[in-house]
Design a binder for this molecule. Structure first.
Ligand code: NI
Length: 218
């Protein structure tokens, strides 16, 4: 993994390295435009904790001020880290911050109709989740903190959720399908629960390559 808590990666046209993510003005070193002020787009990738790190087993603490600059920067960096890693959700404990927030989205490809629409990327801060009824569904899950593996996890088919979005505005709703899956997985991270701890049949845990080749056992 990476050497420090942060790894600053630059987008292709960047010429400076810096920890913070923002557009800055600087003088270009490119011949022909020397001396012109250009915009350089910075992004910060956070180190992802892997299973075995104690932070993943802790109960996270509530966020006191969602609009605090450090929380807003954290959310922006988490979104970029999630995108870079190819995930659909990332909880703060996964980047070594034991706070009750996560970022998530539902891609078009995972939407299953009007009850489970695609969702733009957002944060859910201090979330509250409760199941609606007893109906369960089986989800095939992976986790950025458990790279290379996937497993079959029983989840509630429908959940009620509430919390604050990344702008600190209250949100609430009823989720089913993939959104319900993502919310339950990420919420569990805030209570120190990883998906293998929810599995009831550990024969159905495998490496991605083998699971693709052979399928998870019935
Ligand atoms: Ni996870």
């Amino acid at each position: 993994m990476l050497g420090g808590p942060y790894n600053t990666r630059l987008k292709p046209n960047s010429i400076h390295s810096r920890r913070s993510r923002r557009l800055i003005d600087c003088f270009s070193a490119v011949p022909g435009v020397h001396g012109r002020r250009i915009r350089v787009d910075m992004m910060t990738l956070l180190k992802i904790a892997r299973m075995g790190h104690p932070v993943l087993l802790q109960e996270a603490q509530p966020v006191e001020d969602p609009l605090a600059p450090e929380i807003q920067t954290l959310i922006a960096d988490m979104i970029e880290t999630m995108a870079d890693a190819g995930g659909v959700g990332l909880a703060a404990p996964q980047i070594h911050v034991s706070k009750r927030l996560f970022v998530y989205f539902v891609p078009e490809s995972r939407s299953a109709g009007p009850d489970d629409p695609a969702r733009e990327v957002d944060a859910l801060i201090n979330p509250v989740l409760s199941p609606i009824g007893d109906a369960q569904m089986e989800c095939i899950e992976g986790c950025l903190s458990i790279p290379g593996l996937r497993g079959a996890v029983p989840r509630f088919a429908q959940v009620r959720y509430a919390g604050l979005d990344r702008r600190g505005q209250p949100v609430e709703g009823i989720a089913s399908g993939f959104l319900a899956n993502v919310l339950q997985h990420e919420y569990d991270h805030l209570d120190g629960i990883l998906y293998p701890m929810r599995m009831t049949d550990h024969r159905r845990l495998g490496f991605n390559e083998e699971a693709t080749r052979f399928g998870l056992p019935a």
